[in-house]
Design a protein. Structure first.
Length: 104
């Protein structure tokens, strides 16, 4: 089974942690209760960032690496494959995201 490299996993941690930190900064309540870690909400913001900046599949991969389920590869997919995925209505698979920081 293919696995992400330690560098790719660190990048995922960095992106997810930065988004969660933003949630905490903007939404933390006045008595200081932490905002819960909810990977679904983090993934939604991550996907919105990719969409807002019109990232190509390759740019998305460098922003947040993932395992390409169609090839079993953790490498950036080439332009033809990215176009085929986009034409088929397929994009980044949210099932690859860990549910909690402990699952990294």
């Amino acid at each position: 089974m293919p696995e992400l490299t330690n560098e790719q996993l660190r990048r995922q941690d960095e992106v997810d942690g930065a988004i969660h930190g933003l949630f905490q900064e903007l939404l933390g309540n006045p008595i200081g209760d932490p905002v819960p870690w909810e990977i679904e909400k983090i993934a939604h913001v991550r996907d919105a960032i990719q969409s807002a900046f019109n990232m190509t599949e390759e740019e998305c991969f460098h922003f947040y690496p993932w395992i390409d389920d169609s090839t079993g590869s953790a490498e950036a997919i080439d332009g033809d494959h990215a176009t085929a995925l986009r034409d088929a209505g397929m994009g980044v698979d949210e099932d690859h995201h860990p549910a909690t920081p402990e699952e990294y």
